[in-house]
Write a protein that binds this ligand. Sequence first.
Ligand SMILES: Nc1ncnc2c1ncn2[C@@H]1O[C@H](COP(=O)(O)OP(=O)(O)OP(=O)(O)O)[C@@H](O)[C@H]1O
Ligand SMILES: [Mg+2]
Length: 410
Amino acid sequence: MGVNPDVISVLIVDDIAETRENIRRLLQFEKGVEIVGSVGSGREAVALAERVRPDVVIMDINMPDMDGITATELVREKVPYAQVVILTVQDDPNYMRRAMLAGARDFLAKPPTIDELTAAVRRAGQFAHQEKERLGSAGQVAMPGGGAAGGGTGMLATGKVITFFSGKGGLGKTTLAVNLAMALQSPDTPVVIVDGNLQFGDVVLLLNEHGRHNILDLAPRADALDPDVVESVLITYQDTALKVLAAPTTFEEANQISGEQFGQLITFLKTMFEYVIVDTSSALDEITLAALDASDLVVALVAQDIPSIKDARVFLNWLRGAGVPDEHIFLVMNRYDKRIGITPERVGDSFRHPVALAIPDDFRHILPAINKGTPVLRLSRSAPIARSIVKMAELVRRRLTELETAELSD
Ligand SMILES: Nc1ncnc2c1ncn2[C@@H]1O[C@H](COP(=O)(O)OP(=O)(O)OP(=O)(O)O)[C@@H](O)[C@H]1O
Ligand SMILES: [Mg+2]
């Protein structure tokens, strides 16, 4: 009964005997997988899980005495390393969210194929074994801080995080973040843009995309993510290598996400993407702070008006005070109009931090792009703003390479 540490022990829970039997049949000849129990109700599942301490529980949702979501929560309480794979006919994102909140690891549509089932059991089993090790033999004690996100996957975090911020709203954070993400992605370079403007996020709008899932589907399990689950929540932008992690759609949802979870998510995305671009709100709240903390490069925006210059100064001073080295700050003047006397040079001098790039005011090309929901880089590649963004991508890439080289030689 799961005594061999390499064997994945599985408990099957479904109120329909035929379903249980089908799953048993699909798994019975799987090497390294052992079925340690099969029960017909949530209540029995919790009781048996406590006794047999399975690695993986395959759990139905609709059951008469206790539903699968409640059972998941209780099983995870009793056996913290056990990983629950939900088996469901409910193709409803709310179910997915509730199940994830309860601690489920994965989902399978009924009836699963043998490949889907074995792949899910192996993934969950591997994770359970890692968790068992991490939690110690008792399987009860959590590590201080919960361990780093992505730590359980055994993958190396190599991606670079680029966060956009301006204290003043409406300076072009989202516009530039989305277009930079487009400029950086290529078939060999996967890029994800995370909408960290949780309350008023509009990244999906600028891309004319909509998905069924958003960041709240991942946040509750941010300390124990799995690339497949993350993939299932991301939205792919058309035919590109750009993915989007959308913001929630209501305030209530936005407010459920903590800075700690946001930071863990970003750290995990570094294991999957070459560049993680974070768009923020104009507040230095716990979400923005978590993003800045995880960033390799902070793109700070300024315009040619005094309030935005004041806000940029406050932000730069704050970054310096927080110990962020100047090389990690990429100052951009957006909506630059050369007829205005406040030049990038003057602003750079007064900040004692150079403006790395001035992006021209190009409303003529931006407006149709916004109204179509297509990044201007795609719509009008030769527009002045598009050319500036290509330049920005070049400079950002170069800066990140320099930073990496400097780190390696330290
Ligand atoms: N270089 C530019 N030229 C002309 N218009 C621009 C430029 N950059 C941004 N804009 C326009 O400025 C407006 C605000 O841009 P955006 O929404 O990207 O700003 P933001 O900083 O993300 O705002 P918020 O703080 O509300 O999130 C948009 O209408 C956008 O089209
Ligand atoms: Mg914005």
